[in-house]
Write a protein that binds this ligand. Structure first.
Ligand SMILES: Nc1ncnc2c1ncn2[C@@H]1O[C@H](COP(=O)(O)OP(=O)(O)O)[C@@H](O)[C@H]1O
Ligand SMILES: [Mg+2]
Ligand SMILES: [Zn+2]
Length: 389
């Protein structure tokens, strides 16, 4: 089946941008697209498939695991693993799917003999390292939602039948579309998705006319229509792939190296965290924030502000509303050499996707000394990258 070309979608720039950002960098964490019916939401998501960057996979692995980091089943195989290169996938999760279809099933007798290989893979297996798309995600039943959230939280899908449990990697980006008029979304799902975009219907008559013309052309001759957009599609796919390669060289300086940004960051974050409440930091709270070293960067700043907002439900935030951390443990001023070492460790952890063993090898130090340094520099969860997709 052919999908409507992504580049032929009229307007809806923010929707397209949100999807492309995820294609380039899965760490963005997925997209929730909210808007009325018929605004091109599903069309855009399905169209993204043609533009996703390519990955190396073990050719016949049901989980599309990476040859350089094979899944347990592939690790146990003998001989060389067959490698293939293909686009990341978009897997559709239909609302009426059964639990078995989503999570997979276990052949009990085989499981007793062969362990993980007894798994009959489901959609979560197919979605590993790709995108899982749930259209009308607000209408997904609670049971499937729980399966989805468990897998999303762990990066692993665990299938349990009659006391036997098998698991497989299930790291996927969640993309959902919904129309708010049809029902609310459970907040647990919204929390799991990195970006939310609101789309509105295109109203401008000329643009509407163009939508109808393109739709008509696509229906009459899908192949011909796709061919006429092929150049633009290929160009955009190349751009996505190039952006993905460039991403590795993008660095954001540590917050403490641009502490003056707090003047703008704090109001921005407060506006986001408490949209209905005009709130600022008093000068003494601001001074405390400026004096802190922010080992956890903006994510930590956001947590600190969220905590302070909860402590003071009305009025401006004062220094006593800030968590004690801001004044104690991490306030320890690091010597310049220590600071360099600390940054190098955080960078290595990022490169290793949070894997400490790999990070230690990368830094050329023993794992035990890495652990010690992580502890003494107060490097915590906050510094670890989100799971690799
Ligand atoms: N901006 C747009 N550009 C091109 N086609 C559009 C656009 N908006 C809607 N359409 C067309 O309208 C129809 C419904 O779009 P769809 O993606 O299913 O909407 P939604 O998922 O938002 O309900 C599709 O045939 C699609 O091609
Ligand atoms: Mg739709
Ligand atoms: Zn595998």
């Amino acid at each position: 089946m052919r999908f409507f070309p992504f580049t032929a979608i009229v307007e809806q720039g923010r929707l397209k941008q949100a999807l492309l950002l995820n294609a380039v960098n899965p760490a963005v964490g997925g997209v929730l697209v909210v808007g009325p019916a018929g605004t091109g939401k599903s069309t855009a998501v399905r169209g993204l498939a043609e533009l996703l960057p390519e990955i190396d996979v073990v050719a016949d692995c049901p989980f599309s695991c990476s040859p350089s980091d094979p899944c347990p089943v592939c690790s146990a195989r003998e001989g060389e693993l067959p490698v293939a290169r293909r686009r990341r996938r978009i897997v559709d999760l239909p609302l009426n799917a059964t639990e078995d279809r989503v999570a997979g099933t276990v052949d009990i007798a085989r499981a007793l003999r062969e362990g993980e290989r007894a798994l009959e893979p489901g959609l979560l297996a197919e979605a590993n390292r790709g995108i899982l798309y749930v259209d009308e995600i607000n209408l997904l039943d609670d049971h499937l939602t729980d399966i989805l959230l468990d897998a999303a939280a762990l990066g692993v899908n665990v299938v349990e039948r009659e006391g036997i449990s098998v698991s497989h990697p299930a790291r996927f980006l969640l993309v959902g579309t919904m129309n708010e008029e049809e029902g609310e979304l459970r907040p647990q799902i919204a929390d799991r998705i990195g970006l939310r975009v609101e789309v509105d219907a295109v109203v401008e008559p000329e643009a509407r006319g163009e939508i109808v013309r393109r739709r008509e052309a696509f229906t009459v001759d899908g192949e011909g229509f796709a061919a006429s957009w092929a150049d633009g599609q290929a160009e955009l796919a190349d751009e996505v792939a190039a952006a993905e390669r460039l991403l590795a060289s993008v660095t954001v300086p540590a917050l403490r190296h641009r502490i003056e940004d707090l003047d703008q960051l704090v109001p921005l974050l407060l506006g986001r965290l408490a949209p209905r409440r005009p709130v600022r930091c008093t000068p003494d709270a601001m001074r405390a924030l400026l004096g802190y070293v922010w080992p956890g960067n903006v994510a930590q700043l956001q947590m600190v502000l969220r905590e302070a907002l909860a402590r003071r439900p009305a009025g401006d935030l004062r220094s006593e509303d800030l968590p004690a951390d801001c004044f104690t443990s991490c306030q320890r001023v690091l010597m310049p050499m220590e600071a360099l070492e600390r940054d190098a460790i955080i960078a290595a952890l990022h490169r290793a996707g949070g894997n400490r063993l790999k990070a230690a090898a990368d830094l050329g130090i023993a794992r035990s000394s890495l652990y010690r340094k992580i502890h003494s520099y107060g490097i915590g969860e906050l510094h670890l990258p989100p799971p690799e997709v």
